[in-house]
Design a protein around this ligand. Structure first.
Ligand code: PMP
Length: 435
Protein backbone atom coordinates (compact mmCIF):
# COMPACT_ATOMS: atom_id res chain seq x y z
CA UNK A 1 0.00 0.00 0.00
CA UNK A 2 1.21 3.47 -0.74
CA UNK A 3 0.85 6.55 1.42
CA UNK A 4 -2.04 8.74 0.13
CA UNK A 5 -0.35 11.93 1.29
CA UNK A 6 2.99 11.25 -0.27
CA UNK A 7 2.97 12.76 -3.75
CA UNK A 8 5.86 10.49 -4.73
CA UNK A 9 4.19 7.37 -3.29
CA UNK A 10 4.08 5.41 -6.57
CA UNK A 11 7.72 6.18 -7.31
CA UNK A 12 8.74 5.03 -3.85
CA UNK A 13 6.78 1.81 -4.22
CA UNK A 14 8.18 1.22 -7.70
CA UNK A 15 11.70 1.77 -6.39
CA UNK A 16 11.21 -0.69 -3.54
CA UNK A 17 9.94 -3.29 -6.01
CA UNK A 18 12.83 -2.63 -8.38
CA UNK A 19 15.40 -2.91 -5.59
CA UNK A 20 14.25 -6.44 -4.92
CA UNK A 21 15.18 -7.51 -8.44
CA UNK A 22 17.68 -5.05 -9.91
CA UNK A 23 20.99 -4.13 -8.21
CA UNK A 24 20.34 -0.72 -6.68
CA UNK A 25 16.91 -0.74 -8.34
CA UNK A 26 18.26 0.63 -11.62
CA UNK A 27 20.02 -0.39 -14.81
CA UNK A 28 22.43 2.57 -14.83
CA UNK A 29 23.74 3.97 -11.53
CA UNK A 30 23.00 7.70 -11.84
CA UNK A 31 19.28 6.94 -12.20
CA UNK A 32 19.16 6.00 -8.50
CA UNK A 33 19.33 9.72 -7.51
CA UNK A 34 22.27 9.07 -5.15
CA UNK A 35 22.51 11.63 -2.36
CA UNK A 36 18.94 12.81 -2.93
CA UNK A 37 16.65 11.87 -0.01
CA UNK A 38 13.58 11.41 -2.17
CA UNK A 39 14.98 8.48 -4.16
CA UNK A 40 14.44 8.12 -7.90
CA UNK A 41 11.35 9.34 -9.72
CA UNK A 42 9.92 6.62 -11.95
CA UNK A 43 8.87 7.83 -15.38
CA UNK A 44 5.62 6.84 -17.04
CA UNK A 45 5.90 8.71 -20.33
CA UNK A 46 7.35 11.74 -22.05
CA UNK A 47 6.27 14.13 -24.79
CA UNK A 48 8.11 17.13 -26.19
CA UNK A 49 9.96 18.89 -23.38
CA UNK A 50 7.91 17.16 -20.67
CA UNK A 51 8.32 13.96 -18.67
CA UNK A 52 5.50 12.50 -16.57
CA UNK A 53 6.11 10.34 -13.53
CA UNK A 54 4.13 7.39 -12.18
CA UNK A 55 2.47 9.67 -9.59
CA UNK A 56 1.05 11.85 -12.34
CA UNK A 57 3.48 14.72 -11.81
CA UNK A 58 4.72 16.67 -14.80
CA UNK A 59 8.22 18.11 -15.23
CA UNK A 60 10.05 20.30 -17.70
CA UNK A 61 12.85 17.95 -18.69
CA UNK A 62 16.50 18.97 -18.94
CA UNK A 63 17.89 15.44 -18.85
CA UNK A 64 16.62 14.45 -22.28
CA UNK A 65 17.64 10.84 -21.63
CA UNK A 66 21.16 12.23 -20.97
CA UNK A 67 21.45 13.80 -24.37
CA UNK A 68 19.67 11.94 -27.17
CA UNK A 69 16.35 13.77 -27.10
CA UNK A 70 17.43 16.96 -28.86
CA UNK A 71 14.12 17.06 -30.78
CA UNK A 72 12.11 16.50 -27.61
CA UNK A 73 10.42 13.26 -26.62
CA UNK A 74 8.23 11.21 -28.94
CA UNK A 75 8.71 13.51 -31.92
CA UNK A 76 5.91 12.47 -34.33
CA UNK A 77 8.19 12.03 -37.34
CA UNK A 78 10.66 9.92 -35.40
CA UNK A 79 7.90 7.80 -33.88
CA UNK A 80 6.35 7.30 -37.34
CA UNK A 81 9.71 6.16 -38.71
CA UNK A 82 10.05 3.69 -35.82
CA UNK A 83 6.55 2.30 -36.44
CA UNK A 84 7.18 1.92 -40.15
CA UNK A 85 10.48 0.13 -39.54
CA UNK A 86 9.03 -2.17 -36.87
CA UNK A 87 6.28 -3.25 -39.27
CA UNK A 88 8.97 -4.56 -41.62
CA UNK A 89 10.77 -6.63 -38.99
CA UNK A 90 12.77 -5.78 -35.92
CA UNK A 91 16.17 -7.32 -36.63
CA UNK A 92 17.71 -9.24 -39.52
CA UNK A 93 21.39 -9.61 -38.69
CA UNK A 94 21.99 -8.81 -42.35
CA UNK A 95 22.93 -5.62 -44.19
CA UNK A 96 20.20 -3.11 -45.06
CA UNK A 97 20.15 -0.09 -47.35
CA UNK A 98 19.10 2.04 -44.40
CA UNK A 99 22.54 1.54 -42.81
CA UNK A 100 24.17 3.02 -45.91
CA UNK A 101 21.65 5.88 -45.86
CA UNK A 102 22.56 6.64 -42.24
CA UNK A 103 26.29 6.38 -42.98
CA UNK A 104 25.84 8.89 -45.82
CA UNK A 105 24.31 11.35 -43.39
CA UNK A 106 27.06 10.89 -40.78
CA UNK A 107 29.85 11.18 -43.35
CA UNK A 108 28.16 14.26 -44.82
CA UNK A 109 27.96 15.93 -41.44
CA UNK A 110 31.39 15.16 -40.00
CA UNK A 111 34.30 16.45 -42.05
CA UNK A 112 36.82 13.97 -40.63
CA UNK A 113 34.73 10.84 -41.22
CA UNK A 114 35.03 8.92 -44.50
CA UNK A 115 33.83 5.57 -43.23
CA UNK A 116 31.75 4.69 -40.22
CA UNK A 117 30.79 1.57 -38.28
CA UNK A 118 27.49 1.39 -36.45
CA UNK A 119 27.34 -0.10 -32.94
CA UNK A 120 24.75 -0.07 -30.17
CA UNK A 121 26.22 2.08 -27.37
CA UNK A 122 28.74 4.82 -26.76
CA UNK A 123 30.77 2.42 -24.65
CA UNK A 124 31.14 0.09 -27.61
CA UNK A 125 32.02 2.96 -29.94
CA UNK A 126 34.90 4.21 -27.79
CA UNK A 127 36.13 0.75 -26.84
CA UNK A 128 36.26 -0.25 -30.51
CA UNK A 129 37.83 3.02 -31.68
CA UNK A 130 40.63 2.60 -29.15
CA UNK A 131 41.24 -1.02 -30.20
CA UNK A 132 41.48 0.18 -33.79
CA UNK A 133 43.89 2.97 -32.80
CA UNK A 134 46.08 0.49 -30.93
CA UNK A 135 46.15 -1.86 -33.92
CA UNK A 136 46.75 0.95 -36.42
CA UNK A 137 49.68 2.46 -34.50
CA UNK A 138 51.07 -0.78 -33.07
CA UNK A 139 51.13 0.93 -29.66
CA UNK A 140 49.27 0.24 -26.44
CA UNK A 141 49.04 3.34 -24.26
CA UNK A 142 46.27 5.90 -24.37
CA UNK A 143 45.90 9.35 -22.84
CA UNK A 144 42.55 10.37 -21.38
CA UNK A 145 41.53 13.43 -19.42
CA UNK A 146 40.40 13.48 -15.81
CA UNK A 147 36.67 13.98 -15.52
CA UNK A 148 35.95 12.84 -19.08
CA UNK A 149 33.70 9.79 -19.34
CA UNK A 150 34.01 7.38 -22.21
CA UNK A 151 31.71 4.57 -21.21
CA UNK A 152 32.34 1.73 -18.81
CA UNK A 153 34.88 -0.43 -20.59
CA UNK A 154 38.00 -1.33 -18.60
CA UNK A 155 40.52 1.07 -20.11
CA UNK A 156 38.47 4.17 -19.31
CA UNK A 157 37.57 3.59 -15.68
CA UNK A 158 40.85 5.06 -14.62
CA UNK A 159 41.29 8.03 -12.32
CA UNK A 160 43.74 10.86 -12.37
CA UNK A 161 46.91 11.00 -10.40
CA UNK A 162 47.59 14.40 -8.92
CA UNK A 163 48.54 17.43 -10.97
CA UNK A 164 50.64 16.30 -13.88
CA UNK A 165 49.99 13.36 -16.13
CA UNK A 166 50.24 10.20 -14.12
CA UNK A 167 50.02 6.60 -15.12
CA UNK A 168 46.56 5.51 -14.18
CA UNK A 169 45.26 3.40 -11.39
CA UNK A 170 41.86 1.80 -11.78
CA UNK A 171 39.00 3.73 -10.22
CA UNK A 172 36.78 0.65 -10.28
CA UNK A 173 37.34 -2.76 -8.76
CA UNK A 174 37.55 -5.47 -11.39
CA UNK A 175 39.63 -3.43 -13.82
CA UNK A 176 42.96 -5.25 -14.22
CA UNK A 177 45.87 -3.17 -13.01
CA UNK A 178 47.90 -4.14 -16.07
CA UNK A 179 45.26 -2.56 -18.30
CA UNK A 180 44.80 0.56 -16.15
CA UNK A 181 48.53 1.18 -16.37
CA UNK A 182 48.20 1.63 -20.10
CA UNK A 183 45.91 4.61 -19.54
CA UNK A 184 47.63 7.91 -18.77
CA UNK A 185 45.42 10.59 -17.25
CA UNK A 186 45.93 14.31 -17.76
CA UNK A 187 43.83 17.19 -16.42
CA UNK A 188 41.33 18.57 -18.94
CA UNK A 189 42.44 21.78 -20.67
CA UNK A 190 46.07 21.11 -19.75
CA UNK A 191 47.96 20.55 -23.00
CA UNK A 192 51.30 20.78 -21.16
CA UNK A 193 50.39 17.64 -19.19
CA UNK A 194 49.71 15.81 -22.46
CA UNK A 195 53.02 17.02 -23.84
CA UNK A 196 54.72 15.68 -20.70
CA UNK A 197 52.99 12.32 -21.20
CA UNK A 198 54.36 12.15 -24.75
CA UNK A 199 57.87 12.88 -23.45
CA UNK A 200 57.63 10.28 -20.73
CA UNK A 201 56.12 7.58 -22.93
CA UNK A 202 57.86 8.22 -26.23
CA UNK A 203 56.51 6.16 -29.15
CA UNK A 204 54.16 4.27 -26.85
CA UNK A 205 50.95 6.35 -27.07
CA UNK A 206 48.42 5.02 -29.56
CA UNK A 207 45.73 7.63 -29.00
CA UNK A 208 44.75 10.77 -27.18
CA UNK A 209 41.11 10.42 -26.26
CA UNK A 210 39.11 13.49 -25.31
CA UNK A 211 35.60 14.86 -25.11
CA UNK A 212 36.16 17.98 -27.25
CA UNK A 213 33.51 19.64 -25.12
CA UNK A 214 33.67 17.96 -21.73
CA UNK A 215 30.15 17.23 -20.52
CA UNK A 216 30.52 14.48 -17.93
CA UNK A 217 31.90 16.71 -15.18
CA UNK A 218 29.24 19.24 -15.92
CA UNK A 219 29.96 21.22 -19.07
CA UNK A 220 33.57 22.35 -19.41
CA UNK A 221 34.40 23.96 -22.76
CA UNK A 222 37.82 23.52 -24.32
CA UNK A 223 40.12 26.47 -23.57
CA UNK A 224 41.23 28.50 -26.59
CA UNK A 225 43.90 26.55 -28.46
CA UNK A 226 43.55 23.35 -26.38
CA UNK A 227 42.13 21.12 -29.11
CA UNK A 228 44.52 22.59 -31.68
CA UNK A 229 47.48 21.76 -29.43
CA UNK A 230 46.25 18.20 -28.91
CA UNK A 231 45.98 17.88 -32.70
CA UNK A 232 49.56 19.12 -33.16
CA UNK A 233 50.99 16.91 -30.42
CA UNK A 234 49.31 13.86 -31.95
CA UNK A 235 50.66 14.71 -35.41
CA UNK A 236 54.18 15.19 -34.04
CA UNK A 237 54.09 11.85 -32.25
CA UNK A 238 52.35 9.58 -34.75
CA UNK A 239 49.40 9.25 -32.37
CA UNK A 240 45.72 9.23 -33.30
CA UNK A 241 43.44 11.92 -31.88
CA UNK A 242 40.09 10.44 -30.90
CA UNK A 243 37.20 12.80 -30.25
CA UNK A 244 34.50 11.28 -28.12
CA UNK A 245 31.56 13.21 -29.53
CA UNK A 246 28.93 10.93 -27.99
CA UNK A 247 27.44 14.04 -26.37
CA UNK A 248 28.79 16.87 -28.54
CA UNK A 249 28.08 15.25 -31.92
CA UNK A 250 25.02 16.80 -33.57
CA UNK A 251 24.63 18.76 -30.32
CA UNK A 252 27.05 21.71 -30.24
CA UNK A 253 26.73 21.96 -34.04
CA UNK A 254 25.39 19.60 -36.69
CA UNK A 255 29.00 18.61 -37.38
CA UNK A 256 29.77 18.41 -33.67
CA UNK A 257 32.65 20.02 -31.81
CA UNK A 258 34.89 19.50 -34.83
CA UNK A 259 32.70 21.89 -36.79
CA UNK A 260 32.34 24.34 -33.92
CA UNK A 261 36.06 24.52 -33.13
CA UNK A 262 37.51 23.67 -36.56
CA UNK A 263 39.77 20.84 -35.36
CA UNK A 264 39.61 17.41 -37.02
CA UNK A 265 39.96 14.14 -35.20
CA UNK A 266 41.41 10.95 -36.66
CA UNK A 267 38.61 8.89 -35.16
CA UNK A 268 35.28 10.14 -33.86
CA UNK A 269 32.84 8.39 -31.54
CA UNK A 270 29.15 9.19 -31.78
CA UNK A 271 26.09 8.08 -29.84
CA UNK A 272 23.07 9.54 -28.05
CA UNK A 273 21.59 11.94 -30.66
CA UNK A 274 22.43 9.73 -33.65
CA UNK A 275 20.26 6.99 -32.18
CA UNK A 276 17.21 9.26 -31.93
CA UNK A 277 16.51 7.70 -28.51
CA UNK A 278 17.20 4.12 -29.56
CA UNK A 279 20.34 2.09 -28.90
CA UNK A 280 22.63 3.19 -31.71
CA UNK A 281 26.13 4.64 -31.72
CA UNK A 282 29.01 4.77 -34.17
CA UNK A 283 32.67 5.42 -34.71
CA UNK A 284 34.33 6.61 -37.86
CA UNK A 285 37.30 8.28 -39.44
CA UNK A 286 39.58 8.19 -42.45
CA UNK A 287 39.02 5.19 -44.71
CA UNK A 288 42.70 4.25 -44.40
CA UNK A 289 42.19 3.67 -40.68
CA UNK A 290 38.66 2.27 -40.76
CA UNK A 291 39.59 -0.36 -43.38
CA UNK A 292 41.64 -2.11 -40.70
CA UNK A 293 38.35 -3.30 -39.19
CA UNK A 294 37.16 -6.82 -39.95
CA UNK A 295 36.14 -8.05 -42.46
CA UNK A 296 38.53 -5.96 -44.62
CA UNK A 297 41.17 -5.81 -41.90
CA UNK A 298 42.22 -7.80 -38.89
CA UNK A 299 40.74 -5.72 -36.06
CA UNK A 300 37.74 -7.67 -34.87
CA UNK A 301 34.54 -5.84 -33.95
CA UNK A 302 30.98 -7.08 -34.31
CA UNK A 303 27.42 -6.84 -33.00
CA UNK A 304 24.22 -8.89 -33.36
CA UNK A 305 22.09 -5.74 -33.19
CA UNK A 306 24.56 -3.33 -34.87
CA UNK A 307 22.71 -1.18 -37.40
CA UNK A 308 19.40 -2.46 -36.06
CA UNK A 309 16.66 -1.43 -38.51
CA UNK A 310 14.44 0.32 -35.97
CA UNK A 311 17.33 2.26 -34.42
CA UNK A 312 18.62 3.13 -37.89
CA UNK A 313 15.20 4.45 -38.92
CA UNK A 314 15.00 6.62 -35.78
CA UNK A 315 18.51 7.85 -36.47
CA UNK A 316 17.79 8.86 -40.06
CA UNK A 317 14.57 10.63 -39.09
CA UNK A 318 16.37 12.50 -36.30
CA UNK A 319 19.31 13.63 -38.40
CA UNK A 320 17.03 14.73 -41.25
CA UNK A 321 15.00 16.88 -38.86
CA UNK A 322 18.18 18.37 -37.40
CA UNK A 323 19.53 19.15 -40.87
CA UNK A 324 16.69 21.60 -41.46
CA UNK A 325 17.75 25.25 -41.40
CA UNK A 326 17.56 27.15 -38.14
CA UNK A 327 17.77 24.25 -35.66
CA UNK A 328 21.15 25.14 -34.21
CA UNK A 329 20.41 28.87 -34.13
CA UNK A 330 17.27 28.07 -32.15
CA UNK A 331 19.16 25.77 -29.76
CA UNK A 332 21.78 28.48 -29.27
CA UNK A 333 19.19 31.12 -28.44
CA UNK A 334 17.29 28.85 -26.04
CA UNK A 335 20.56 27.94 -24.32
CA UNK A 336 21.59 31.58 -24.08
CA UNK A 337 18.21 32.58 -22.63
CA UNK A 338 18.44 29.85 -20.00
CA UNK A 339 22.01 30.82 -19.16
CA UNK A 340 21.23 34.51 -18.70
CA UNK A 341 18.04 33.73 -16.75
CA UNK A 342 19.89 31.42 -14.36
CA UNK A 343 22.67 33.97 -13.91
CA UNK A 344 20.10 36.66 -13.09
CA UNK A 345 18.28 34.38 -10.65
CA UNK A 346 21.53 33.48 -8.88
CA UNK A 347 22.57 37.11 -8.58
CA UNK A 348 19.17 38.04 -7.11
CA UNK A 349 19.37 35.17 -4.62
CA UNK A 350 22.93 36.12 -3.72
CA UNK A 351 24.17 32.61 -4.59
CA UNK A 352 27.52 32.35 -6.39
CA UNK A 353 26.96 30.36 -9.58
CA UNK A 354 29.41 29.81 -12.42
CA UNK A 355 27.63 28.88 -15.61
CA UNK A 356 29.42 27.05 -18.43
CA UNK A 357 27.53 26.71 -21.69
CA UNK A 358 28.22 25.47 -25.20
CA UNK A 359 25.14 25.86 -27.36
CA UNK A 360 22.30 23.84 -25.83
CA UNK A 361 24.29 22.13 -23.05
CA UNK A 362 25.06 24.00 -19.88
CA UNK A 363 25.92 23.60 -16.22
CA UNK A 364 25.60 25.82 -13.18
CA UNK A 365 28.39 25.21 -10.68
CA UNK A 366 27.98 26.39 -7.10
CA UNK A 367 31.20 28.36 -6.82
CA UNK A 368 32.51 31.84 -7.55
CA UNK A 369 35.43 30.91 -9.79
CA UNK A 370 35.84 29.74 -13.36
CA UNK A 371 35.50 25.97 -13.86
CA UNK A 372 38.09 24.66 -16.32
CA UNK A 373 38.85 21.12 -15.20
CA UNK A 374 37.78 18.28 -12.92
CA UNK A 375 39.60 19.65 -9.88
CA UNK A 376 37.65 22.90 -10.27
CA UNK A 377 34.40 20.91 -10.42
CA UNK A 378 35.30 18.90 -7.33
CA UNK A 379 35.92 22.14 -5.44
CA UNK A 380 32.34 23.33 -6.04
CA UNK A 381 29.58 22.98 -3.45
CA UNK A 382 28.12 19.59 -4.40
CA UNK A 383 25.80 19.44 -1.36
CA UNK A 384 24.30 22.75 -2.43
CA UNK A 385 23.70 21.33 -5.89
CA UNK A 386 21.80 18.37 -4.41
CA UNK A 387 19.54 20.76 -2.48
CA UNK A 388 19.00 22.86 -5.59
CA UNK A 389 18.14 19.72 -7.56
CA UNK A 390 15.51 18.69 -4.99
CA UNK A 391 14.01 22.21 -4.91
CA UNK A 392 13.78 22.29 -8.70
CA UNK A 393 12.17 18.85 -8.84
CA UNK A 394 9.57 19.97 -6.34
CA UNK A 395 8.81 22.94 -8.63
CA UNK A 396 8.38 20.71 -11.68
CA UNK A 397 11.81 20.99 -13.27
CA UNK A 398 13.65 17.75 -13.90
CA UNK A 399 17.43 18.20 -13.80
CA UNK A 400 20.07 15.51 -13.70
CA UNK A 401 20.47 14.52 -10.04
CA UNK A 402 24.23 15.02 -10.20
CA UNK A 403 26.45 18.09 -10.29
CA UNK A 404 28.60 16.23 -12.78
CA UNK A 405 25.97 16.19 -15.50
CA UNK A 406 24.86 18.76 -18.04
CA UNK A 407 21.48 20.36 -18.61
CA UNK A 408 20.24 19.43 -22.08
CA UNK A 409 17.99 21.89 -23.89
CA UNK A 410 15.91 20.56 -26.79
CA UNK A 411 14.08 22.02 -29.76
CA UNK A 412 10.84 21.16 -27.96
CA UNK A 413 11.55 23.64 -25.17
CA UNK A 414 9.65 26.88 -25.64
CA UNK A 415 10.49 30.39 -24.50
CA UNK A 416 7.74 29.92 -21.91
CA UNK A 417 9.43 26.74 -20.64
CA UNK A 418 12.67 28.65 -20.19
CA UNK A 419 10.77 31.43 -18.39
CA UNK A 420 9.12 28.93 -16.03
CA UNK A 421 12.45 27.24 -15.40
CA UNK A 422 14.10 30.54 -14.51
CA UNK A 423 11.22 31.34 -12.12
CA UNK A 424 11.63 27.94 -10.47
CA UNK A 425 15.37 28.52 -10.25
CA UNK A 426 14.84 31.91 -8.64
CA UNK A 427 12.70 30.38 -5.88
CA UNK A 428 14.95 27.32 -5.55
CA UNK A 429 18.12 29.41 -5.28
CA UNK A 430 16.52 31.55 -2.59
CA UNK A 431 15.61 28.38 -0.66
CA UNK A 432 19.14 27.06 -1.14
CA UNK A 433 20.61 30.36 0.10
CA UNK A 434 18.52 30.10 3.30
CA UNK A 435 19.50 26.48 4.00
N1 PMP B 1 31.17 8.88 -24.15
C1 PMP B 1 30.54 9.95 -23.64
C2 PMP B 1 31.13 11.31 -23.87
C3 PMP B 1 29.35 9.79 -22.91
O1 PMP B 1 28.74 10.88 -22.40
C4 PMP B 1 28.82 8.51 -22.74
C5 PMP B 1 27.53 8.27 -21.97
N2 PMP B 1 27.11 9.24 -21.13
C6 PMP B 1 29.51 7.43 -23.28
C7 PMP B 1 30.67 7.64 -23.98
C8 PMP B 1 28.99 6.02 -23.13
O2 PMP B 1 27.84 5.88 -23.88
P1 PMP B 1 26.78 4.72 -23.52
O3 PMP B 1 26.19 5.09 -22.21
O4 PMP B 1 25.83 4.76 -24.67
O5 PMP B 1 27.55 3.44 -23.45
Amino acid sequence: MTDQHDSYAESRAAYAAACRLLPGGVNSPVRAFGGVDLGPVFIESAKGARVFDVDGREYIDYVGSWGPMILGHAHPEVVAAIHAAADKGTSFGAPTQAETALAERIVGAMASIEKVRLVSSGTEAVMSAVRLARAFTGREMIVKMAGCYHGHSDSFLVAAGSGVAEQGTASCPGVPRALAQLTVVAPYNDAAAVRAAFERHKNRIAAVLVEPVAANMGVVPPAAGYLETLRRLCDENGTLLIFDEVISGFRVAFGGAQERYGVRADLTCLGKIIGGGLPLAAFGGRAAIMEHLAPTGKVYQAGTLSGNPIATAAAIATLDLLARPGCYERLESLGAALESGLARAAARAGVPLTINRVGSILSGFFCDRPVRDFADVQATDIARFKRFFAEMLERGVYLAPSAYEAMFVSLAHTDADIGRTVEAAQASLKAVARA
